[in-house]
Design a protein around this ligand. Structure first.
Ligand code: PHE
Length: 372
């Protein structure tokens, strides 16, 4: 090959590269020149058979040709890319002056709506929102909540455990599981932030249980207050204030019954009064009145001093209360759904009926209850 041949081929190749209409055509040009069988590669191979003087002259020349081709390809690629981007930008114009669609699709799930309502109500009482992992270890989910290895309450939780690692039984003190309640967030919050503390922790929890009122995954919100001199009165006032704001009724009446949870002492089950309105149970009023009744709503109590200790705080200085309530259940009671399973079916018709507008943001000033 003599010099003019390179010049001619190079001019030809550069013209073809500049004319490549798309990435595919450009790649074909790259292969034809720089590929294993390409003409530039073939030219490079001829260097081996040359005399040293000839190679000294031809070497830089052929390398120059290669560099020119490869620069031209890069330049063309950049041009094609920016043309594609220009075209995309031109075709994806968004006219912000257009009116909103008459029938917007998509809605906020009642669980999300209720969680937003809870965050709003509790924020007003100085609570912040805490979160914890859904894949927990048994120390946070049970042990630190005063449920040691052989505690009968562990069996009651129908826990989904992860398989133990092969042969690791003894060296794996923290078994992994799907959290059975939001109470482990109590521990995580105290360990991380210490005291005083005021949090709610909404989120998913898991139990191996399934019927019309139980699904293997459901939602709880945990409440925890740790401070000096906290007593049951604070718990009752907080729950009353929360439920009145949530159900938007001033006549919410609570009944506290002695109960048992390993992590609270004393423990109280909280019932809320309902009344019969045209065959429907509506929350409100004293459950002991004629035509009224009580419905069990949530578990709560004063944080067990052992739990405060497990979380690394001094139980002689710090006391607190905690509660846990089903978010799905709160949604059902407030918005009138009767089958929990429908919450998680992902049926568009159910969501269209029970879902909320994305614009319906709960605020205390505008009302935490969604406008149905
Ligand atoms: N974790 C308990 C449950 O899931 C509820 C609870 C929370 C009770 C906090 C007392 C205090 O049933």
């Amino acid at each position: 090959m003599n010099t003019t041949v390179y010049d001619d081929r190079l001019a030809e190749a550069l013209a073809a590269i500049d004319a490549a209409a798309d990435a595919e055509a450009l790649e074909a040009q790259r292969i034809a020149a720089l590929g294993k069988q390409g003409w530039v590669s073939a030219a490079l191979k001829t260097l081996g058979g040359m005399s040293p003087e000839e190679r000294q002259e031809q070497g830089p020349r052929i390398q120059g040709v290669r560099a020119a081709v490869s620069e031209a390809i890069d330049r063309r690629k950049a041009a094609l890319d920016s043309a594609a981007l220009e075209e995309q930008l031109a075709s994806e114009v968004l006219d912000l002056t257009l009116p909103a669609p008459a029938a917007p699709k998509g809605s906020i799930h009642p669980v999300s709506q209720v969680m937003d309502e809870l965050a709003e109500i509790f924020a007003d009482m100085g609570f912040s929102v805490a979160t914890g992992p859904e894949i927990e270890d048994d120390w946070h989910n049970f042990t630190a909540l005063n449920m040691p290895e052989s505690h009968p309450a562990r069996a009651m939780h129908d826990t989904f455990y992860f398989p133990q690692e092969e042969g690791a039984q003894e060296v794996q003190p923290r078994r992994m599981l799907l959290r059975t309640h939001t109470s482990p967030v109590q521990i995580r919050s105290m360990v991380e932030h210490g005291a005083p503390l005021r949090i709610i922790a909404p989120g998913r929890v898991y139990r191996s249980d399934s019927d019309a009122t139980h699904t293997p995954m459901f939602h709880q919100v945990e409440g925890l207050v740790i401070d000096e001199g906290i007593h049951l009165g604070h718990l009752k006032w907080t729950l009353e204030t929360f439920l009145k704001a949530f159900f938007e009724r001033d006549d919410i009446v609570l009944r506290l019954r002695p109960s048992y949870f390993p992590f609270t002492e004393p423990s109280v089950e909280v019932d809320v009064g309902w009344q019969d309105v045209g065959g429907r149970r509506v929350l409100g009023g004293n459950g002991d009145d004629v035509g009224h009744g009580w419905m069990e709503l949530l578990g709560s109590g004063m944080v067990n001093r052992r739990v405060i200790e497990f979380a690394g705080l001094d139980p002689d200085k710090w006391q607190g209360f905690a509660f846990g309530v089903g978010v799905d259940r709160l949604a059902m009671l407030k918005y009138g759904m009767d089958d929990l399973r429908a919450f998680f079916d992902g049926d568009g018709r159910w969501l269209a009926h029970y879902g909320f507008s994305a614009f319906d943001v709960p605020t205390l000033s505008g009302g935490v209850g969604a406008k149905l």
